[in-house]
Design a protein around this ligand. Structure first.
Ligand SMILES: *Cc1c(COP(=O)(O)O)cnc(C)c1O
Length: 226
């Protein structure tokens, strides 16, 4: 596994997708998802120039943070149990999986600074997926305004597992349109300029549709779990 090479390839692909859609690549934050790999590989990614790392479990985050520390910026991308918030809240730059009131309340309570959060949306409506339905998003954001340690930086979604470009594109486009609706509300606690969408198989399309944060695992660091 040549992580340096992967980083180069992904960087080139991002440049291409930006060019195609009239964007600049500095608008896109690449998060290397290290949930399937060892701390050593995560460290290799950092050595290859990766700044942002994503983990979906509190334990994975803690053990990698122990050796890598603040040389990387850490993102929590998976469903987060309320009782684990205190384990991760001091370490992370952003939480990408805010999907319920009880979690918002716990983040607010445990944080001693403002925490950047993405509200997770289940755009495709698949039962297996976490996240609020699109209709629930604005009422939810309105309701968390008193939890003032939370800043809603944007929305996050996971696209359906498919190769069909139109399905992916339409999912990402719906999230962007919803983000624009939230922005238009002018909530001071929810500037909501961010779109966390796009993974190994669909990040180019996500960028063409406006992604500001792509979460890429296997294409960057591979997998050691299979
Ligand atoms: C695992 C995971 C990713 C990365 O998946 P790849 O397909 O390996 O790029 C991105 N986002 C979330 C929420 C994940 O759980």
């Amino acid at each position: 596994m040549d992580i340096k090479k992967n980083v180069e390839t992904v960087t080139e692909e991002i440049e291409k997708a930006c060019k195609k859609s009239g964007r600049v690549s500095s608008e896109v934050t690449v998060i290397a998802v290290t949930k399937y790999v060892s701390t050593e590989r995560a460290q290799e990614a950092v050595n290859a120039g990766i700044i942002h790392l994503g983990e979906n479990r509190a334990e994975g985050l803690e053990s990698k943070y122990e050796s890598i520390g603040s040389r990387a910026k850490w993102h929590f991308i998976g469903s987060l149990q309320s009782r684990k918030v205190k384990q991760v809240v001091d370490t992370i730059t952003s939480i990408h999986s805010l999907d319920r009131m009880s979690l918002a309340k716990e983040i607010h309570k445990r944080a001693n600074r403002k925490i950047s959060c993405f509200v997770q949306v289940n755009v495709s409506g698949e039962e297996s997926k976490h996240g609020l339905s699109p209709e629930e998003v604005i009422p939810f954001i309105d309701k968390i305004k008193d939890y003032d340690n939370i800043v809603v930086e944007g929305l996050m979604t996971m696209a359906p597992h498919t190769e069909e470009e139109e399905v992916l594109r339409s999912t990402f486009r719906q999230l962007r349109q919803l983000k624009e609706k939230v922005e238009a509300k002018g909530f001071s606690h929810a500037p909501c300029h961010g779109l966390s969408m796009g993974m190994s198989n669909d990040y180019q399309i996500a960028i063409e549709e406006g992604a500001t944060h792509v979460r890429i695992g296997s294409k960057l660091v591979g997998r050691e779990d299979q």
